[in-house]
Design a protein around this ligand. Structure first.
Ligand code: ZN
Length: 637
């Protein structure tokens, strides 16, 4: 039956919007319950709701109906909104349609394999052998990475690093089964391999185009990395290059000196004021934050949206509901800074997605055809503030309200700025590893080869074994985050370019309410209705390029110190736009939870500031009081 006029076209749009919204909410609620290990969660229900969600996105009848509505509409009969919605629906369905029943069966098989791998990884007895007591101590991968960074004892760092390296052999066999099936699926669909399939769906260009960009960046930064490794060996001795020493050599002292200026229990309040002073609003959305680590919880911070923001045809706006998690252990050194960085990052994603204002939920989903690079640009732009003298001089205060002193920042700069290239190379290693993995002939897909391939890529891209072993990175394992780490690289490129643009336009980013407005208009509002590269060009006025990033990496340390010092002094003189206790409004409902437990709620507890206070008390009693007792114990014993 032909779709005759505006009424039935709108009916089709309404029907698809409603069906999409329902499938998305059900899948995301199961995703959250499973990853947070909530009571009654079920990996089977997660797999079933994921299959249902993908079945909706992958139903050829939907694509046919949308195409027919576009093709058969009389000229001028579609409104601009209707046409745009039909186009984004067509683009979305094209990412997921598997008309071949063989491919559909394969997809279901892969979903089940992934659910089983996620479950065994969650239940893995991960930890390290304490070098003093020879006792096995349980620790999540985040806790292990933190130990590798901050433990003063080399043997402990080595043990924690070996704990991280134990993930590869544990997940290897199950992961390889998934790799084989993913490649089978991609080739069935006409792609070179799974990486090519994923990048084409997510970014709209293929593997060869992507790696042309990455190869250029790799080539330009290889000599910078070599020089940085030589510099580190000169300054701290050759042993500092060992994978269990390098993070500590780079950040151990710095982090400890900075730690008092990032009190964990104040992180939520500091994040909220930072965003409010940038003019960021959350459009009435609700955010649930589960910030602390615990056994059984998924080992990577993330932010997802069971309810995505969109505007109904009657003009009412549907605000987003976001679920947001980090893995803090508040009594551990570095946890407050990590929590704040995660809040800036995941809260940045949430701000972006809360501000997408389009006539269909299809524009604001986080999966393909939403570009990973586009999404990460927003969160990484905001988490970059934590390094700025302009931000530190305003918001990094200790529990007595004293601002972080300049020498602490300067020491940090001296310890990190010449080595920033390592972070870039660490990011680059993931896409190069996944590319090589999906290009291996099936006969070579053994656990031994998987482990040696990871080591080879680490040595080639990072100059030696990585302090974060490639197989401990959770992204390659799960479908939605596999073959997408390049998005972080492209995003960082865009972040450097956007920062340079704002600095030349306004002179400052921190406490500048024009930034939030520019981000909403230039990057956030269109959602995935606009192409990432077009948005960057539109906002910054030039095509995305590595120039600003390479310039930062090549900047002499003395110049970087001078610039940051000037920003810091200006920050001290000005003070924060919003001090602790000042009234502000993010237009957001915040719930703070710990698994099934509701700790604080901005609507019930009388505002966000009051909820932050309540959360602070919970942290104090659960973690910090206990730690004070432990610290005091040897003296009283
Ligand atoms: Zn992110």
């Amino acid at each position: 039956m032909a779709i005759a006029g505006e009424v039935s076209t709108q009916e089709l749009i309404d029907k698809l919007n409603a069906a999409y919204e329902k499938a998305h909410v059900q899948y995301e609620e199961n995703f959250w319950a499973t990853k947070m290990d909530l009571k009654g969660n079920s990996p089977e229900a997660l797999a079933a709701s994921k299959t249902a969600y993908e079945a909706f996105l992958g139903d050829p009848a939907n694509l046919t109906a949308v195409r027919r509505a576009l093709a058969e509409a009389a000229p001028g009969s579609l409104s601009a909104d209707q046409e745009r919605v039909l186009r984004i629906m067509e683009r979305t369905f094209k990412c997921y349609i598997t008309e071949d029943p063989k491919a559909a069966a394969l997809k279901e098989k892969i979903n089940n394999l992934e659910a089983a791998l996620a479950q065994s990884r969650n239940q893995m007895s991960l930890g390290y052998t304490d070098p003093v007591s020879s006792e096995f101590k349980k620790a999540s991968s985040v806790q292990l990475r933190n130990l590798v960074r901050v433990s003063e004892d080399e043997a402990t760092r080595k043990a924690a690093f070996e704990g991280l390296r134990s993930i590869g052999p544990f997940v290897g066999a199950q992961f390889l089964e998934i790799v084989k099936e993913r490649n089978k699926l991609a080739r069935l669909l006409g792609y070179e391999d799974f990486y090519d399939y994923k990048v084409t769906s997510a970014e709209g260009f293929g593997k060869s185009r992507l790696f042309a960009i990455l190869d250029d960046l790799e080539a330009k930064t290889a000599p910078i990395m070599t020089a940085a490794r030589e510099r580190l060996a000169r300054e701290k001795g050759a042993a500092a290059l060992e994978p269990h020493n390098i993070s500590y050599a780079l950040a151990g002292d710095t982090e400890k000196a900075q730690d008092p200026y990032f009190p964990f229990e104040q992180a939520v309040d500091v994040w909220a004021r930072t965003f409010a002073a940038l003019g960021i609003k959350y459009m009435g959305s609700t955010m649930t934050l589960d910030l602390c680590d615990r056994a059984g919880k998924y080992s990577n911070g993330f932010c997802h949206w069971p309810q995505v923001a969109w505007r109904r045809p009657d003009g009412t706006f549907v605000p987003a509901k976001a679920n947001f998690t980090s893995l803090a252990t508040p009594s551990q050194v570095g946890s407050g800074r990590t929590a704040l960085a995660t809040l800036l990052h995941e809260g940045g994603h949430a701000a972006h997605f809360a501000n997408i204002d389009q006539p269909s939920p299809f524009f604001s989903q986080e999966r393909a055809p939403t570009s990973v690079a586009y999404a990460e640009t927003q969160s990484m732009f905001l988490d970059a503030l934590i390094h700025d003298g302009a931000w530190l001089g305003r918001y990094a205060l200790n529990r007595n309200g004293e601002v972080i002193p300049w020498p602490v920042i300067e020491e940090g700069l001296k310890a990190t700025q010449p080595y920033e290239v390592f972070a870039l190379r660490g990011m680059l290693a993931v896409p190069y590893f996944e590319k090589a993995l999906y290009e291996l002939p099936e006969s070579e897909l053994t656990v031994e080869r998987l482990l040696s391939l990871a080591d080879e890529v680490e040595r080639k891209v990072q100059g030696g074994l990585s302090p974060r072993p490639l197989l401990s990175v959770p992204h390659p394992l799960s479908d939605e985050s596999s073959c997408y780490y390049h998005g972080y690289v492209l995003a960082e490129m865009a972040v450097r370019q956007t920062r340079a643009y704002f600095k030349s336009k306004y002179g400052k980013i921190v406490d500048n309410p024009a930034i939030g407005k520019d981000l909403v208009e230039g990057y956030w509002r269109p959602g995935n209705g606009a192409a990432f590269l077009d948005l960057v060009l539109g906002l910054t006025g030039k095509p995305l390029a590595a120039d600003d990033w390479v310039r930062d990496l090549e900047k002499p340390l003395e110049q970087a110190v001078k610039e940051e010092h000037a920003d810091y002094e200006a920050a001290l003189a000005a003070g924060p736009a919003l001090k602790a206790g000042d009234a502000f409004d993010l237009n957001m409902h915040v719930r703070l939870v710990h698994g099934d437990e509701l700790l604080a709620d901005s609507e019930v507890d009388g505002g966000l500031a009051a909820a932050c206070e309540k959360f602070k008390s919970w942290v104090d009693s659960k973690y910090l009081a206990e730690k004070q007792q432990e610290d005091a114990a040897p003296m009283t014993a």
